[in-house]
Structure formats: structure tokens, C-alpha cells
Design a protein around this ligand. Structure first.
Ligand code: SF4
Length: 240
């Protein structure tokens, strides 16, 4: 199988299912340990139904061959990314896959209206639904990139994002040069934060000997049921 075109690709019609555990995590619940009360559950169900109606999941993705690898600096398509400890974490990667994902701004607009109307519990829960939805979307895209890599016999790493862990948030600008979020309406402000707020930018590496699953098994959350290369049983899915 040949490499995908290295032009950015827009994905729409994404059959996204929101992971309820992600939503509850944003509410401060520990996975498997805390059980929400009946009242919280009712609020959760209401916010999930509203969130499913309002979210508009979209993503732009781009594959690019690595043209320079020097310690923790990786260069692709003329863009140099410096990511502390990436050489040790990912091992030898021959390609980068960058993506920007968003659920759009309808959900956050409705949340602002709920704040205005002092419907605070629902506003807070809806905000968590939005955060859970965009995390689920980033997982969905990471799974898809893994499947695309595997078809070309490349191992694909877990995703990372500027501003998380040791990776400097100002590298968002470089990531956007590699993968233009503007194509799906995502913009960066002067502080490198994205609008709509419920957006995630991500980067994964790929190579025949790339290190995968070094902090969690991507397969355990992957929606590709029939993947012949599955390394762990699927626990749940972010695919409808
Ligand atoms: S099941 Fe595992 S190997 Fe297959 S696409 Fe999903 S994450 Fe990749």
C-alpha cells in the first residue's frame, strides 16, 4: 500500500460516540471507583443528549515523511518540531501524522446561554460533555491514523499534543503549519489557545520500529473491531 497523499485531508461525517467515562472524569469522578448519584445521572443523561445534538465533529489530518531527525527535533514538510524526550518515547519514526479535531462551537454557545440563565449544574455538565466529546474525537482520529499506518506496515504511536507534558504550547504554531486547523474553522490566538475551545491538536509518529503502547494500549480503546493487528482486547469504543 502506498503512502497517503501528504496534503491535508478534512474528515467530516465522523460516527463519534462520546465515552461517558471521559465526561465523568471531567466532573471529578474516578474511573470505576466513584458512582454518580441518581440526580447526577439524570443531569448527565440530559447533558449527553444535548451534547450529541450540538456537537459537529470534524478533523483535518496530514501525513508527512520525516526529513530530519536530530535528537528530540523532528522535521517534516519544512516544519521543525522540538518535543522533549520524544526520541526515547517514540524510537525511530519515519513519518509524522498531525491532526486538528474539533466539535465546533455550538455546544459552547449553548453552555454560555445556560450560564446566563443561571442553569449552572446543566451548564457545567454540558461543558464536561464537550470536553469528553473532543477527547473521544481525538481517540477516534488516533485509531484511524493507526489503521492507516498499519496498512503500510508502520507502527503508529500514541498521540501527544503541544502544551501537555513537557511539549511547549508555543509549538502549536508549528503544528498548525503542518496541519492547518483553519480548514475546519479552528484558529489559534496569540497565546496559542484554540477556538472553538473544544478542539484538540495532536501528533503521532510512525515507523516500522516505532515504540507504541508505552503509556497505555491504544488498542484497548480502539474502535477498529476487525483489525488483524490488535494488541489488546477492546474495552470500549468511540464509534457509534
Ligand atoms: S486495534 Fe490496535 S493496532 Fe489495530 S488500528 Fe486499533 S490501535 Fe491500531
Amino acid at each position: 500500500m502506498t503512502a497517503p497523499s501528504d496534503a491535508p485531508r478534512v474528515l467530516a461525517d465522523i460516527a463519534l460516540e462520546i465515552d461517558p467515562d471521559e465526561v465523568l472524569r471531567f466532573q471529578g469522578y474516578k474511573r470505576g471507583a466513584d458512582v454518580p448519584s441518581r440526580e447526577v445521572r439524570a443531569l448527565f443523561d440530559e447533558a449527553m443528549a444535548l451534547g450529541r445534538r450540538l456537537m459537529e465533529p470534524r478533523a483535518v489530518v496530514r501525513w508527512a515523511p520525516v526529513t530530519r531527525r536530530e535528537g528530540d527535533t523532528l522535521e517534516a514538510a519544512g516544519v521543525a518540531l522540538t518535543i522533549p524526550a520524544i526520541e526515547r518515547a517514540w524510537g525511530p519514526v519515519a513519518e509524522l501524522a498531525a491532526a486538528v479535531c474539533t466539535i465546533g462551537d455550538q455546544l459552547e454557545r449553548r453552555g454560555a446561554e445556560l450560564w446566563e440563565a443561571r442553569e449552572l449544574p446543566l451548564a457545567v455538565m454540558l461543558d464536561s460533555v464537550g470536553s469528553g466529546a473532543v477527547e473521544s474525537l481525538a481517540e477516534y482520529v488516533n485509531d484511524m491514523l493507526c489503521q492507516e499506518g498499519i496498512r503500510r506496515r508502520l507502527q503508529v504511536t500514541n498521540r501527544i499534543s503541544p502544551g501537555y507534558g513537557p511539549w511547549d504550547v508555543t509549538q502549536q504554531r508549528e503544528l498548525f503549519r503542518l496541519c492547518p486547523g483553519e480548514e475546519i474553522g479552528v484558529r489559534l490566538n496569540a497565546s496559542c489557545f484554540m477556538t472553538p475551545v473544544k478542539s484538540i491538536s495532536l501528533l503521532a509518529g510512525a515507523g516500522v520500529a516505532a515504540r507504541v503502547d508505552h503509556y497505555f494500549s491504544q488498542c484497548a480503546r480502539c474502535w477498529m473491531r476487525d483489525c488483524a493487528y490488535r494488541r489488546a482486547p477492546a474495552l470500549k469504543t468511540v464509534h457509534r
